[in-house]
Design a protein around this ligand. Sequence first.
Ligand code: GDP
Ligand code: MG
Length: 177
Amino acid sequence: RSEEAQTEDYLFKIVLIGDSAVGKSNLLARFARDEFYPNSKSTIGVEFQTQKLDINGKEVKAQIWDTAGQERFRAVTSAYYRGAVGALLVYDISRRLTFDNIGRWLNELQTHSDMNVVTILVGNKSDLKDAREVTTAEGKSLAEAQGLFFIETSALDSSNVAVAFQTVVKEIYNILS
Ligand code: GDP
Ligand code: MG
């Protein structure tokens, strides 16, 4: 069996979830296209974007799903979660409410997904140092309690964005291979 045929075996569905305006769409835009939208509206949300990653020398495709603003109305459907093997659970380190809502999103994820989804808790907007409302320690501690990976990112200055996606994809790959 050729290398090429083998790469087709690895297509992982990964979902972005979390409150409105935490930066989900911009994390994806930064990761997939190295773009950032200073005043993005929910309309920039695409259904999904497929991104190739190199994991241990193997080409793996991540199909990353973004909401088109449905989270505003608590209307993320079960179709969104269906078949997901990974999730980025995003809050905004400058808005505590978005961190307080993480438990709700985790519940929703666990309700709608039929398997153990590899999940990373993502504290986004780490560039907003003066406006921080959630400490790194609090993020870490919640992640540990819930058995999640944890990272702080900035879609604006790019820090840790690729690492966040790679962490999830690598772990899925390790589990499935
Ligand atoms: P979504 O609703 O979760 O998809 O959030 P968006 O990606 O649309 O971002 C909401 C707003 O936050 C936009 O104005 C973005 O420019 C801004 N934003 C997103 N990520 C960052 C970040 O890392 N740092 C800062 N300072 N702003 C960000
Ligand atoms: Mg969005």
